[in-house]
Ligand binder design. Sequence first.
Ligand SMILES: Nc1nc2c(ncn2[C@@H]2O[C@H](COP(=O)(O)OP(=O)(O)OP(=O)(O)O)[C@@H](O)[C@H]2O)c(=O)[nH]1
Length: 304
Amino acid sequence: MIDVYLFSGFLGSGKTSLLMNTIQQLKEEGKKPAILMNEFGSVSIDSDTVEKSGNIPMKELLNGCICCTGSENTEAQLQALLEDYDDIDVIIIETTGAAHPVEALDAIYSPLFADRLNVMGIVTVVDTKRWVERESLSPQIRSLFMEQIRHAHLLLANKADLLSEGELSTTTMELSNLNSNAPIIQTEHAKIAFSFIEKTLRNADHSLSHPILSGKHLPLSSKLFTFKEKVSKEQFEEFVRSLPETVYRMKGYVPIQGANYPYLFQYAYGMVNWLPEYVNVKPNLVIIGEGLDQIDFDSFQTQN
Ligand SMILES: Nc1nc2c(ncn2[C@@H]2O[C@H](COP(=O)(O)OP(=O)(O)OP(=O)(O)O)[C@@H](O)[C@H]2O)c(=O)[nH]1
């Protein structure tokens, strides 16, 4: 049997960080992990990151989330993984931050491979900073955020470095009020021993007793922006700061003036992160949020 883990969590909470840490640990143990990735939007940025980490079997579901693209699509991808690679030990599914974890889990419970897959459960990565300020989220988005916490078998209280000790202990208490079954581990950059995840999920109670709130009709949307020319880093950051709070997540490659290659740009909840690239990548930026149609990204482009 192949163990299947579902990594859930809000946009930008740290799922990809968890995935990268996990892959590394599994490889060190001599295991053969495979990844099923799921991105909101039509361009995959996370999978580029994973590809750089080595030769890992991977399938992607683009344009939607596991729950919305339908279980047939997930089934097909899982089946393709199993057919293409016959030596996989562990499958990790990273859901989009906009997926309802239980619907995503349902999609992988398929009679087609029930005899080959052992669904271990859900690890939810919680952006604790966002949790502290959750009142600023729209009610629908906030309820998705809570659902992801409620249904986890293990909770990572991530971004612990961004909270004070007091905020962190209040957050831990609030999370345990919302989901008293899941152990809560405070993490930075989702660093956790995979052996702990494995042990916790093996002992977890898998009866999902909470009512399911659908994640299908959220007002979230995604937009792909392609840079036509290089931009000034400062001006771009200024533009980013001027965006409404309903822009939750941005990631992609930004061509910066004076740099040979685009920078990997990450934005989550007001925080910006730049990493230099050493190869030429398409200058695509994926933006996820609400009311994106009202933002004129092209106006920024012509300012420069
Ligand atoms: N300060 C801080 N930043 C973090 C931590 N964990 C992740 N980040 C940053 O948060 C951003 C998003 O992290 P990812 O791991 O890509 O999050 P994700 O959940 O995969 O994001 P989506 O794919 O949009 O759902 C990146 O810039 C990370 O470097 C943490 O513990 N502390």
